[in-house]
Design a protein. Structure first.
Length: 371
């Protein structure tokens, strides 16, 4: 008999879903920004990103070291810093997820319609996306995770095909050699990529459904390394195909990469498959961001999560059609949004870890003094 409930998800399922959700914003938005910041050394930025993720990961693992099966990031944070600060953190994170879901819904809709050669209004796409997201919120989180596992296999197959064919048309002179002076912008590019972990850190709020197993830490690190290596490979292929300067100004480098594939001097048209692939990735990102928003709002305001299954997608739809005036082209739509993402996703988890450690030491001192 399985010792785990059918409502739980394994680390493998979760990281596959996160991999899929994070690929779409990276390939369409972060890649161009990273090329603009780091130039020919942009393919090294994912390794800077890896260092930042390891810092956040170590902080989260330290926080979760003593968690029980039914606890997520909110419960762990509450134990570390108290109820009120944990509610504020959860509410702020939920607002960020709602905003990012709205931005993604708007941008992804415009990208899908332009890439697919269709001309309906963006509202049709947004309504369909919001409807599908609402349906996933009425279901268990494990259902989305299992679907993501299947979608990941499709992602891996298409990426492998794109990489294999792209190697034949690369221009390494655009990228190599990389001299020390060329690496000046890699830290900034790594920080830009680090902004993309918002939804991954947000998934820690959903850890209530995560199975507590011995090899979780090793598997998370391994998949993080795989994601960074994949991102480095994508950046190398894109910049070595178009040049860093052109990659920086292309609205969707990954899509253009798929359109320009050549095999034996003939153009290979696999961009319809890539459009379908990114649509799956888009859906996973928006669905996961809305799931995190619903969970965090339920914790912050004491509302049952099921009651937010419709309000959260509806709010995302309204924001995407009203507050998001422009596409997500790398420029934040609100002043300071980039800093808000870094603070909530990077600095606060680290601060929570150290505050928790300090409070734990103070408790031990009090116990010794009272003994």
């Amino acid at each position: 008999m399985n010792k785990f409930s059918n409502d739980t998800v394994s680390v493998r399922q979760l990281v596959m879903l996160l991999f899929l959700a994070m690929m779409s914003p990276f390939a369409s938005v972060r890649a161009a920004n990273m090329a603009a910041l780091a130039g020919k050394a942009a393919f090294l930025a994912p390794f800077v990103f890896l260092g930042g993720v390891c810092a956040v990961g170590l902080a989260l693992m330290g926080l979760f070291k003593t968690r029980i099966q039914s606890e997520g990031l909110f419960e762990v944070a509450r134990r570390s810093v108290g109820d009120a600060p944990a509610r504020v953190f959860a509410g702020a994170y939920g607002a960020l997820m709602l905003l990012m879901a709205a931005q993604a819904m708007r941008y992804y809709g415009e990208r899908f319609l332009s890439s697919a050669g269709r001309n309906p209004t963006i509202l049709v796409y947004a309504v369909l996306m919001a409807t599908l997201v609402a349906l996933t919120l009425t279901r268990r989180f494990c259902d989305l995770a299992r679907a993501g596992q299947v979608f990941f296999v499709i992602l891996a197959a298409v990426l492998l095909a794109v990489y294999s064919i792209s190697v034949l048309s690369l221009q390494p002179v655009y990228v190599l050699p990389v001299l020390p002076r060329d690496t000046v912008g890699t830290v900034s590019a790594g920080a830009e990529m680090l902004r993309g972990i918002s939804v991954a850190v947000g998934a820690a709020f959903l850890a209530k459904e995560l199975r507590k197993e011995k090899k979780n830490t090793r598997r998370i690190f391994l998949w993080t390394l795989i994601f960074a290596l994949n991102a480095a490979a994508m950046m190398f292929v894109m910049t070595a195909t178009f040049s860093p300067e052109i990659t920086a100004i292309i609205k969707n480098p990954a899509m253009e990469q798929a359109r320009g594939l050549r095999l034996f001097r003939k153009v290979i048209r696999i961009d319809p498959a890539v459009v379908a692939l990114w649509t799956l990735s888009d859906f996973c990102f928006v669905a996961l961001a809305c799931r995190v928003a619903a969970r965090t709002f339920s914790k912050a305001f004491g509302v049952k999560e099921k009651k937010l299954a419709l309000p959260v997608p509806a709010a995302t739809l309204i924001l995407s059609m009203t507050a998001v005036k422009t596409s997500l082209t790398g420029e934040t739509i609100l002043p300071g949004q980039g800093w808000a993402e870094l603070i909530l996703c990077f600095f606060i988890p680290v601060i929570l870890y150290f505050v928790g450690k300090i409070r734990e030491k103070n408790k031990l001192k009090k116990l010794k003094n009272n003994a």
